[in-house]
Design a protein around this ligand. Structure first.
Ligand code: FAD
Length: 391
C-alpha cells in the first residue's frame, strides 16, 4: 500500500504478497512505457497491436498452475494482477490474455494429455503460437451446452462441421480449441484444430464498439479433418470439458473489470483536481465528490470479493458466478460515473473513460452474461433452476 495513492484508500494492496506486488509494479511500469503511448491508435483503428507482442513476450506473463512442459508457474494471484494491470490501460489487451492464457492454453493444460501439453503449451505460453477458444455459435450463446457443431468419427480421426461466432483471436490463431458434439455419443468433446486445415474459414466481426483491438471471428468448419491425437481426452462431455475451463477462467474475469474500475477512478480523481469551472476545481463541488467516493466504494467491494474468491481452497461455480456478475455490474457503474465526471472530454478514446465504459459491456456479457451467472447463483441459493421458461 502507498499512502499517496488515493485508490489504495483502505490499503488493500497490503493484501498482495510483497514479491507479487513488486512484480505487479514492474509490469505496470513496462506497460506504461510501451503500451500506453500507442494502444489508443489501435483502439481507434480497431486493429490488434501486433507490434506489442514481442514486448509482451519479454514480460513472461503466461504460465501454468505448476511449472512444467517448458512453462513457468503463474499462480492465480499473479494472473489476477496481470489482468488488472492490462485492463487499467486497455481491456482489449486484458481480454487477449484471457483468451490466449485463460481459455485456449488452459483448455490444453486442464483437458489434454502429456503429449498434447508437450506439443503446444510452451509455444502458447511464449506467444509463438496464438490460439483461440471456439465454443460460442451463432445459435448457441448462453445456451452453449446445446452446441450444434458436430465431430463425426472417421478412420484416424474426426470430421468437424459447423460454425462458431465471437471467437477472439480467430483470424490470427495458429491453432483453435474447438468444442463439438460427437455424432455417435452425442457428447461435447474438444479438439485442437490447425487453423490452416482445409475447410476452415474465418471472417472478422466488423464495427464493434467494445474491445476494439480484440478481433472476434466467425469461423466456418466444412468437414475439417482432425486426427485422433488432437482430441483432448479429458473432455468427455460439457461438464468435464468446456465447463471445467470456463469455471477456472471465470474466477479471473472480475480482475479485468477491476482494472477498468481502478483506471476509471484514477482518471476521474486527477481530472477533479485539475479541471476548473466557476472559479474552482470541479472536485470542490459536493456532487462531484459523491460520485468519486461512490467509485471508490464499489472498487473496494469488488476488490475484496474478487480477492477472497481467488484464495478459496475450492471454489464452486456458483461462487465465481456471483462475483463475476456482481463485479461486472459494479464495473458498469464505475466506468459510467468516471465518464460523467470527465464531462465532454470523457467521450474521447484518449480519456480512457468512455473506452472503458464500452469495453465493460463486453465483460458484462462474456463468460456468462450477468443474467446467466445470476441464475447460476440463484439456483444454488434457492435450489430451483430458473433458466428455462415453464411453458
Ligand atoms: P444470448 O445468449 O443470446 O443472450 C441475449 C440476452 O438474453 C442476454 O441478456 C442474456 O443474459 C439473456 N438470456 C439468455 N438466456 C437467458 C435465460 N435462460 N434467462 C434469462 N436471460 C437469458 N465465445 C467463445 O466461445 N470464445 C470467445 O473467445 C468469445 N469471445 C467473446 C468476446 C466478446 C467481445 C463477446 C461479446 C463475446 C465473446 N464470446 C466468446 C461469446 C460470449 O461468451 C457470448 O456472447 C455470451 O455467452 C452470451 O451469448 P450471446 O451473446 O449469444 O447472448
Amino acid at each position: 500500500g502507498s499512502s499517496n495513492d488515493p485508490l489504495d484508500f483502505l490499503a488493500l494492496t497490503e493484501l498482495i504478497p510483497p514479491a507479487l506486488n513488486r512484480r505487479r509494479l514492474e509490469i505496470r511500469s513496462a506497460l506504461e512505457t510501451f503500451v500506453r503511448p500507442v494502444i489508443d491508435n489501435y483502439v481507434e483503428k480497431a486493429e490488434f497491436p501486433f507490434e506489442l507482442v514481442s514486448k509482451l513476450q519479454e514480460l513472461k506473463l503466461f504460465g501454468l498452475d505448476e511449472e512444467g512442459f517448458g512453462c513457468k508457474r503463474v499462480c492465480p494471484l499473479e494472473k489476477a494482477m496481470i489482468l488488472y494491470e492490462l485492463a487499467r490501460i486497455d481491456a482489449g489487451l486484458s481480454t487477449f490474455y484471457v483468451v490466449q492464457g485463460g481459455l485456449a492454453l488452459r483448455s490444453i493444460e486442464l483437458l489434454g494429455n502429456s503429449q498434447q501439453k508437450s506439443k503446444y503449451l510452451k509455444d502458447m505460453a511464449d506467444l509463438k503460437l496464438i490460439s483461440c477458444f471456439a465454443l460460442t455459435e451463432p445459435n448457441r450463446g448462453s445456451d452453449a451446452s446445446g452446441l450444434e457443431t458436430t465431430a463425426t468419427p472417421v478412420k484416424g480421426g474426426y470430421l468437424i462441421t459447423g460454425e462458431k461466432r465471437w471467437i477472439g483471436n480467430a483470424n490470427f490463431s495458429g491453432v483453435m480449441v474447438v468444442y463439438a458434439r460427437n455424432t455417435v455419443s452425442r457428447d461435447v468433446e474438444a479438439f485442437v484444430v490447425n487453423s490452416k486445415a482445409p475447410g476452415v474459414s474465418v471472417s472478422v466481426i466488423q464495427r464493434k464498439l467494445a474491445l476494439r483491438i480484440v478481433q472476434n471471428g466467425h469461423i466456418t468448419f466444412k468437414a475439417v479433418f482432425v486426427p485422433e491425437e488432437e482430441k483432448l481426452e479429458k473432455a468427455k462431455n460439457f461438464a468435464t470439458g468446456p465447463n471445467v475451463v470456463l469455471n477456472s477462467s471465470r474466477i479471473m474475469v472480475p480482475w479485468v473489470a477491476l482494472g477498468m474500475m481502478g483506471g476509471s477512478f484514477e482518471v476521474a480523481c486527477k481530472y477533479l483536481k485539475e479541471r476548473k469551472q466557476f472559479g474552482a476545481p470541479i472536485g470542490s463541488y459536493q456532487l462531484m465528490q459523491e460520485k468519486l467516493v461512490r467509485i471508490l466504494g464499489y472498487f473496494n467491494a469488488a476488490f475484496l470479493q474478487s480477492w477472497k474468491l481467488l484464495t478459496l481452497p475450492k471454489c464452486d461455480a456458483s461462487q465465481s458466478a456471483l462475483v463475476k456478475s456482481q463485479v461486472s455490474a459494479m464495473g458498469r457503474e464505475c466506468t459510467k460515473l468516471a465518464r460523467e465526471l470527465l464531462g465532454g472530454n470523457g467521450i474521447v478514446i484518449d480519456s480512457y473513460a468512455m473506452k472503458a465504459m464500452l469495453d465493460m459491456e463486453a465483460i458484462y456479457t462474456y463468460e456468462g452474461t450477468y443474467d446467466i451467472n445470476t441464475l447460476v447463483t440463484g439456483r444454488a441459493l434457492i435450489g430451483i433452476p430458473a433458466f428455462k421458461a415453464s411453458f
